[in-house]
Every structure is written in C-alpha cells, then in structure tokens.
Design a protein around this ligand. Structure first.
Ligand SMILES: NC(=O)c1ccc[n+]([C@@H]2O[C@H](COP(=O)([O-])OP(=O)(O)OC[C@H]3O[C@@H](n4cnc5c(N)ncnc54)[C@H](OP(=O)(O)O)[C@@H]3O)[C@@H](O)[C@H]2O)c1
Length: 226
C-alpha cells in the first residue's frame, strides 16, 4: 500500500533523490523547499511542493494543512547545513553556530511537533532524522566542524528522546547517516552517489520497526557508535 511521505530540503541533493525513488515506488510524496519557484526538478517529481524554511516558525505552523486528512506515514527530516567557518575554536563563528543548531537540531523537532497529529493519523508513524557519522563522539578523533558535529550529536539525542516518548504509541524514530555523498554538501570527492546513498536509506526505512527505533544507523543498515 502506498505511503504518504514528507521530506524537508527536497529540492536538491539527497532529499531530491529520495523524492525520485519514493515516487518511483508509487508513494505519495510531499517535498518541501525554501524557494518552490526555483525547485523545478522537485516540482516535476513530487505530488506537492510546500514552501518551508525550517527556521521559519510561521511556515512550520502552516505545514500540517498541506498534508491532508489521510495523515502522514513517514516524515524525513533531511534539510541540513554544514559549518564551514567553525573548523577551530579560535575561528568559531557564533552566528553560524546558532544557525547550524537551529537548522540541524531544533528544526527537526519543531517540524515533527507540527506534524505529530498527521503522523498519529498515519499508518507507519516513522520519523527518520538524517544525521551524520560526524555526530559520533566515539568516532571523533579528527576535531573540526564544531557546530555541525555538535548539532548532529544533539539531533541523535533528540531522536532518542522522541523514541522514548513516542514509541509507546507505535512510533519508530531513527537517526540515520546517509554515507559520504556527492552533493553540494558532501563535495565531488565523496564516496557515494546520491543513488547509492538513497538505495541504502530506503533499506533502513523499509526495515524500520520497534527493534531499530531510537538507534543511530548507517545507510547500509549497520549500527553506528554514539
Ligand atoms: N552529503 C553528505 O556527505 C552528508 C553526510 C552526512 C549527512 N548529510 C546530511 O544529509 C542531509 C542532506 O544533505 P545533502 O548532502 O543533500 O546537502 P545539500 O545538497 O547541501 O542539500 C541541503 C538541503 O537542505 C536544505 N536546507 C538548508 N537549510 C535549510 C533551511 N533553513 N530550511 C529549509 N531547507 C534548508 C537546502 O535547501 P536550499 O537549496 O534552499 O539551500 C537543500 O535542499 C543533511 O541533513 C546533511 O547534514 C549529508
């Protein structure tokens, strides 16, 4: 049975490929973009394009109306930003730090909260938070990217909070690393194409259940260290 799936930051990169693959499987896909007028590829693929800057609280409040009466089966919090200027303590940029936390950690919670009634009305009740292996404290031997690493670690913690609160209602809440992917964020040297990454992410989505909820997963389905 087709699912209704909402993906944030769906106009390019991993988000756009998720839309393409999920539409190809017959799902109903709502993609959000900061500038829908410029999101031509997304408009050609998605059932609906909704304007959403994930830091805009008014736009978040309007989101649930876009989903309709049948509810939402899956929310993929994909929109994210890197921290380019905070490589070292002495170059830490306060404004960038706050922005990265707002987009990568706070926004997924605000979007999930706004869509909670729709997710409760949906069949699958899956929240997939696109994290990063850079969130792993155990694996942090290289330093750098202070704000990005910390924001994704916070997202992982928040995902576990969501799991603890919502799994008794049948929710499945996942934090998933998409691999190092050739997008604007990942750069041309990255290991994976968007097609390879998204094929893996869909495997993690399809395997989602009580046993995977609350975990931190690699795109290939293996567990990542906190
Ligand atoms: N690529 C990698 O190697 C890699 C590795 C680990 C994790 N990730 C994570 O994977 C996710 C997708 O990354 P990507 O590689 O596809 O990056 P990307 O190509 O740079 O795309 C980022 C997406 O997020 C959107 N976005 C950024 N700030 C936003 C905001 N304030 N409101 C709404 N949308 C916003 C962008 O919209 P605009 O076009 O409007 O800017 C764009 O659609 C991110 O969460 C990222 O942290 C990526």
């Amino acid at each position: 049975m087709p699912s209704t799936i909402l993906i944030t930051g769906a106009n390019r990169g991993i988000g756009l490929e998720l839309v393409r693959r999920l539409k190809g499987r017959g799902d109903r896909v709502i993609g959000t973009a900061r500038n829908p007028g410029k999101a031509k590829e997304l408009a050609a693929l998605a059932d609906e394009v909704v304007e959403l800057d994930v830091t805009d609280r008014k736009q978040i409040a309007r989101l649930s109306k876009s989903v309709g009466r049948d509810g939402l089966d899956v929310l993929i919090n994909n929109a994210g930003v890197a921290s380019r200027r905070t490589g070292k303590l002495e170059t830490l940029d306060e404004d960038e730090f706050e922005e990265v936390f707002r987009v990568n950690a706070l926004a997924p919670m605000l979007v999930t909260r706004a869509l909670l009634p729709a997710l409760r009305a949906g069949r699958r009740k899956i929240v997939m938070n696109i994290s990063s292996q850079l969130a792993s404290i155990a694996n942090n031997t290289g330093g750098s990217s202070y704000a990005y690493r910390a924001s994704k670690s916070a997202l992982n913690q928040l995902n576990r909070c969501l799991h603890n609160e919502l799994s008794p209602e049948g929710f499945v809440c996942l934090a998933v690393h998409p691999g190092w992917v050739r997008t604007d964020m990942g750069g041309p040297e990255a290991h994976l194409s968007v097609e390879e990454s998204v094929a893996g992410l869909l495997g993690v989505l399809d395997a989602a259940g009580p046993r995977t909820s609350g975990g931190f997963w690699n795109y290939d389905g293996t567990a990542l260290p906190w």
